[in-house]
Design a protein around this ligand. Sequence first.
Ligand SMILES: [Ca+2]
Length: 257
Amino acid sequence: MTTKRSKTTLKNLILLTCMAGVSNAAVLVSGSYTQDFNSYEGTQSSLPTGWALNFSAEETHNGTLTRSLGFSGDAHTDILNTTGGSPRGVWAARDNETSEDYHPTMTFNGTNRNTIFVLSLTNDDSFTWTEADVSFAYKQITEGLRAATGSFSYSTDNGANWLTSGDIANHTTTVNTEEHVFLSDTVVTPRSGLITDLSVLPSETLMLRWNLNTSAGDGRNSMLGFDDVNVVVIPEPGTLLLLGIALGTLALFHRRR
Ligand SMILES: [Ca+2]
């Protein structure tokens, strides 16, 4: 049993390592996790702890450039730019030309180009996580000639299987059929939902995944990114019951004194 599980874990690790892109160690989480990406510079090294970034197999990246021009029409400072193309790749975009509110976003030429962000949260609590309340916002700063779709899923077996949460719907960008334009206002689409039926034991890992995918069409897609990730983990009911009994006993003890 242990050997089989170890082999599966090893296989998953090898699979993850072989995927294009970069990975980062899981982040230890106790109770809740938030990420506003305002320190993210669009580079591999500035990915927050716990995050990994993967791309479609056909994309390669030179891993250069900065976030300083992450907004406006001449912001062709591609971050993790795909080789051989003007703005294609992953960026650290900001909400407007003066904002310091950054978020990861992507744009590509081509159908079904995937940019995949994975967050690995390791249970640092003393109780089993049975539910997780997840919220974030999709952000669109441009309209392109093709739509982009963001989809959310999660895994409790190191990425071997990805599950969807019915509470957290996908999001598809608006499209401009004329050209690729920066919007005057960032389109923010909040998403939230409760992931139920979890059983993430202490020291086990819950993975959350955002897949940003381009649709069919010509030319560049609408830039789609996401921001303000917030996760609140919820202990198994038994833990809450035990906690309640403990607090009750403590209160009684104090009263008697
Ligand atoms: Ca932000």
